[in-house]
Design a protein. Structure first.
Length: 264
């Protein structure tokens, strides 16, 4: 009985909202639940939908960075301090951190789930290297937050409007040639993560990737996130790249709301 109750949404009151970019805002609420970097919550917007969101803050104040795309995320982005939402979780496997220097590679809003990891790793020595990549300047997220940690931060934009012109993977390639890393962690478009995983092979550094699939239940029942016999909501979203490499859908197919496979 007690176990079932943990999967009921907890109604929380939003205590803070901040516009981070023209399309991304962070919402925060007080929540004493324990969470690890890379875990996600199911966020219920009453009357609209329930959607998965990575936790970008994992302490006594929890946070999500919402990229307004469709109905649920736009409704979330319209909320204000004092409004209420339902939260289930945290769910899934987060990033495991190993001793030694870590390379973190983020594309777009992928930095949301990596930010708590960087903050944790940067409290120790050696400090991590972080690549924050976006298509253009206005889409860059959490750059100052990452710089404040003391990590080595490399910013890239595809169009060169901020930081280095080029892809996040170009910067990752150079960092991998310059430093010795004991682990690589990445979140962003699957095409980017596929390249990150193959670049890291030259150092035999273990790679952890955070995957995004359609998720409805978050507890391995509905099959929406099924991928090569695994439920990403439970076995992921963070997985070892060697395990991900064995999944035929990685970087190629995802499922829609009805469970139909579609090309990415
Ligand atoms: C583990 C995980 C962590 C995520 N973290 C973040 C985050 O930190 N910030 C953020 O902005 N977004 C995050 N997302 C994506 C976010 O859940 C979707 O963008 C959101 O559900 C879209 O809903 P919508 O109604 O606004 O858009 P829709 O118009 O319904 O869909 C827009 C896109 O989002 C996808 N999507 C829709 N519903 C879901 C769902 N239930 N699960 C997964 N994908 C869905 C659709 O396939 C489509 O590609 C995460 C997804 C997962 C699986």
């Amino acid at each position: 009985m007690a176990r079932r109750l943990t999967h009921r949404p907890r109604i929380v009151t939003i205590t803070g909202k901040r516009a981070e970019t023209p399309l991304v805002s962070t919402l925060r609420w007080r929540d004493a639940t324990k969470a690890r970097p890379g875990q996600y919550v199911m966020v219920w917007v009453p009357g609209v939908d329930e959607v998965p969101m990575s936790l970008c803050d994992i302490g006594g104040v929890k946070g999500i960075a919402v990229h307004a795309k469709g109905e649920a995320t736009s409704a979330l982005a319209r909320l204000r301090a004092g409004d209420r939402i339902g939260i289930r979780g945290p769910y899934g496997h987060g990033f495991r951190h190993k001793p030694g220097k870590c390379l973190v590679v983020a594309g777009g809003t992928g930095i949301a789930c990596l930010a708590p990891l960087v903050e944790k790793l940067a409290r120790r020595w050696p400090r991590p290297s972080v690549v924050v990549g976006a298509r253009t300047r206005s889409e860059l997220l959490f750059v100052e937050r990452m710089r404040r940690t003391g990590a080595e931060v490399v910013v890239t934009t595809d169009d060169g409007t901020a930081g280095r012109k080029g892809l996040a993977t170009d910067a990752a390639y150079e960092l991998l040639n310059r430093n010795r890393y004991s682990q690589v962690c990445s979140c962003g478009p699957e095409a980017m993560m596929r390249v990150v995983a193959s670049l890291a092979q030259c150092q035999s550094a273990p790679v952890q990737l955070s995957l995004e699939r359609y998720m409805k239940c978050g507890i391995g029942i509905c099959d929406s996130c099924a991928m090569g016999g695994l439920h990403i909501c439970v076995e992921g979203p963070v997985m070892d790249s060697r395990r991900v490499a064995g999944l035929p859908d990685f970087g190629a197919f995802r499922r829609d709301a009805c469970g139909r496979k579609e090309r990415m």
